[in-house]
Design a protein around this ligand. Structure first.
Ligand SMILES: [Zn+2]
Length: 485
């Protein structure tokens, strides 16, 4: 039996309560107390985490010690974290405390064992978890509630905690007490604790990756955790602008120095994470802004057809640089700029650099290579450059591109030329030509320019025959034996 049997305080942390009992009865630490109560764990260890989340039945041992029983405050909250895909980080690994509260009230509050509870809202100071001089961690196995070791009293920091840390702690406290009308950034309105914490951890995680480190909330100190949470809270307070700025930073830090490829990987990775956790209302809210951002600023990075989880690992990149675009188009990079001026390519300007949709560039490359240059058209149609130019100027033959201040080349619509020749072939007479028919050259001498001739052939004002030309099936020279009606 115990000499001193303190009773638990309404908001007391269970493990803190054990430390108090242990201290008042002269045990070295809670391990010895628990052994005395009948727990036979190796090296006098205590299942601290399980006690905090209410998984371990402490009441059996408390009865042994002649103490009244109670249940864990964190238990129900912790359980809600296990129901859905969420952050797994809720409970601290090492204790953190407010020395001022211990001095004033004589116990540790259960909120302090929650990871996002950073600062004491009563005293406005960050919680303490390491010794400022030695860097030693505060332990669950300490002899005294208010001391690091047998002599060193835990002292509070002289500085006031950052306002974000206090706001976050107050927000957590209000949520825990189930009160409504909590003051928080708008994006967190109506979210449960697990959802809000998922949002904060999501941002902290991706920000750490941006800085090439990993976010390990359980092993870092409260002071370090404050840096991460402070950043996330500020972003949430300036939502969504700050989130957009955050996403822009990916441009300066593309993953694994792969440039735009790394950027794609970042965004796909983000997308996949958001997608996987979209059942979580908090994560779903981030996804809305992520989708919005991509749609506005970086439209082709995640083509809709590629936004399936399986295809997200595809190696083909949807965005190409100016140089890559020039390579695809087999032209000088300057030409790419001209295509932009002609509105044939749409640049996505990002971080001062222009990028292009691969689909658009390839589409343009296909259009160029599958149509005719001026020379190719002359050769296929067996026309002089002068004649071809006349037909193009009259709009009888179509172009995709004419020389202008941006380019020197013509792109003649091959399919339309083929169709026009086919249509003339159909109009050609099928019976024997009458006497007195004229050749194309004779027609021209009679004032029929190539344009006038073709128009007359199309409208049936003149009759003509057709001779098949093997080498040049699209040749204008296949039309002969003209006769005026
Ligand atoms: Zn305090």
């Amino acid at each position: 039996m115990l000499l001193a049997r303190p009773s638990i305080e309404p908001n007391e942390c269970l493990v803190s309560y054990l430390i108090r009992i242990s201290e008042k009865n002269g045990f070295k630490h809670i391990g010895h107390l628990m052994r005395h109560a009948g727990l036979a764990w190796k090296n006098n260890r205590v299942p601290v985490h399980q006690i905090l989340i209410g998984e371990f039945d402490l009441n059996v041992y408390l009865l042994q010690l002649g103490l009244t029983t109670f249940s864990s405050k964190i238990g129900p909250i912790s359980k809600s974290f296990q129901n859905v895909i969420d952050t797994h980080y809720l409970i601290v690994k090492y204790p953190k405390v407010c020395p001022d509260c211990i001095e004033e009230f004589g116990f540790c509050r259960f909120e302090w064992s929650l990871l996002p509870y950073l600062a004491c809202v009563r005293h406005g100071k960050l919680l303490i978890d390491i010794h400022s001089g030695t860097g030693k961690r505060l332990s669950w196995y300490r002899r005294y509630l208010n001391k690091f070791d047998d002599t060193e009293v835990i002292s509070s920091l002289s500085n006031v905690a950052p306002s974000e840390a206090i706001k976050l702690s107050r927000y957590i406290e209000v949520l825990l007490n189930g009160r409504k009308g909590v003051s928080c950034p708008e994006i967190l309105h109506g979210l449960e604790l697990r959802e809000s914490l998922s949002v904060i951890h999501f941002i902290a995680h991706y920000r750490s990756r941006l800085l090439d480190v990993s976010f390990q909330p359980l092993s870092i100190t409260n002071g370090e955790l404050v840096q991460h949470y402070q950043y996330a809270w500020t972003m949430l307070e300036n939502w969504p602008d700050a989130y957009y700025k955050f996403l822009n930073q990916y441009l300066e830090h593309p993953m694994s120095n792969k440039g735009v490829g790394g950027l794609h990987k970042h965004f796909r990775d983000l997308y996949e994470s958001l997608h996987r956790q979209s059942e979580n209302k908090g994560i779903a809210r981030i996804k809305v802004e992520f989708d919005h951002y991509i749609e506005i600023y970086w439209p082709s990075v995640l083509e809709s057809k590629r936004i399936t989880r399986i295809q997200l690992t595809t190696l083909g990149r949807n965005i190409v640089s100016r140089k890559e675009a020039a390579k695809i188009l087999n032209c000088h990079p300057d030409r790419v700029d001209k295509l932009v001026q002609q509105q044939k390519l749409t640049p996505n300007i990002f971080g001062g650099k222009k990028h292009y949709s691969r689909e658009q560039v390839e589409g343009l490359a296909i259009q160029i290579s599958s149509n005719w240059t001026m020379d190719e058209a002359c050769e296929a149609l067996q026309l002089t450059r002068y004649q071809l130019k006349q037909l193009l100027d009259a709009g009888i033959l179509h172009t995709f591109q004419r020389p202008d201040m941006f380019n020197r080349d013509w792109i003649v619509d091959k399919v339309q030329c083929q169709e026009m020749i086919a249509s003339l072939c159909q109009k050609a007479r099928k019976n024997t030509p009458p006497s007195g028919v004229l050749s194309m050259t004779s027609m021209q001498r009679r004032g029929y320019s190539i344009v006038r001739l073709v128009l007359a052939m199309q409208t049936g004002q003149i009759e003509f025959g057709q001779l098949y030309v093997v080498d040049h099936p699209l040749s204008f020279k296949q039309f002969t034996d003209f006769s005026l009606i």
